[in-house]
Ligand binder design. Sequence first.
Ligand code: HEM
Ligand SMILES: [Cu+2]
Length: 481
Amino acid sequence: MSEAEIKPHAGAVKFTMLLSGLVFVLMMALGLIMRAAQGEFIELDPALFYQILTAHGAGMVGVAGLSGAAIMWYFVGRYVQLSAAMYWAFLGLFLLGVVLILSAIFLGEFGGAWTFLFPLPAIAGGAWEPWAAATFILGYVSIGVGFLLYYLAIGYPVIKRYGGLARALGWHVVFAGADPADGPPPTIIAAAAVTVFNTLGTVVGAAVLVASLVHLLVPGFAVDALLAKNAIYFFGHVFINASIYMAVIAVYEIVPEYTGRPWKSSRPFIIAWSAILLFVMAVYPHHLQQDVVMPGWILVMGQVVSYLNGVPLLAVTAFSLGVYLHGSKARWDLGLSLLVLGVGGWSIGAIPAIIDGMLVVNKVMHNTQWVPGHFHIYLLLGEVAMSFGFMAWLVRKGQASEAGMSTLDKATFGTYLVGAAGFTMVFLISGALSVPRRWAVHLPGWILQDRIGTLFAALVVLSTLALVLKYAVGLGRGQRS
Ligand code: HEM
Ligand SMILES: [Cu+2]
């Protein structure tokens, strides 16, 4: 499909990315406020801290999903005809969900965290009314329905065009000996895999949301708390990982413009994506390793799959990226730098995640800041970096190979890198020193680290603001021919 044919989608995607960029900055500002409050730079009512924590968690996970979805839409649109109406329906439901969630938190004072862990929304101890929790849950339902429409809008034309789901995943190449050249492009393989696992994740999420909602309205309606926790973490783990797996498509599509070497659907690539499809779902019990009532084999599976989970990621994406870049004449600009940073940060962030997935470590680390430490690495230095890399590429001047990097670009990139690396390292160090996560008020001995973390966070907010401004100015100027 030619560039001209995807133009109508490009407008919707560019608008979504502008929205995402603004929400990223806004939610980062909320994060900065929380960190500054922990460090006693400012005073914050603990009730408000938990509302902000809820808004930051739900908002960030949501906008990571949104930006990832926009990226995947943009590139899948290169291969199949997509329905613009479906995209707007998705975006409309998403925004409706945002309004409901923000009302629940800031009007209804809901502070039960983005994980809405059962039965917390219903037993608020007077902190919020049941309607606030119900509104929060309805907001999630709206976003969930939006995502189901989105995956339908991608899955149906992909399956039709490539002759079935198995072929879209490239299985005829691996199992039936077809030539890899006859396989689908990397974007389609990734899109097919994400469509399968995130549809399953969203459906499981919807089921536990509805059960929680009924429980709120009819308190006599009993839900098995352990089952609900399994469902919530299956959904939460799969959803946030899907955001990165969608965003990485930008790497497959854009990096070849710089290196002049197309990203190939080799057999290892196809096998790795099928492995991801299984692992991303099988690994979720690493969130339940403190639940001693869980069957032992499930927890052991969570640990073992945690090890395996990193392999396709590193082998396929990080290693191939290195090979494609090595010895190529790629000229570095802001877009390429951020995309490469995204893959690097994602891979590095997997290491503390694997460590936390080990039962013996999890016993002592799980409710410490080690956890926000590891996931802020692969989100800030992973998904977010990829999203801003895609945005920088969208508004680049001239051909990818001609652009280069201005002094301002270098300063912005450097500040973001130092800020995000420092901010996440401080979380990891605090976690290793057993500072608990999700505490509004910190003990005197933790304040120094909190303050250092706050300063690094300020660098992240500043440089992200610069990235959004550059993108907005670039959009205003009208894009490349
Ligand atoms: C300047 C950037 C950021 C700052 C300053 C920041 C700050 C924070 C802080 C202070 C917490 C609470 C830590 C604790 O438990 O003690 C937190 C939690 C969290 N952050 Fe961020 N963050 C930033 C960026 C992001 C990004 C980019 C994402 C995702 C795309 C994200 C997702 C989350 C999530 C999911 C939580 C967990 C909420 C919970 O425990 O319920 N953050 N963040
Ligand atoms: Cu997980």
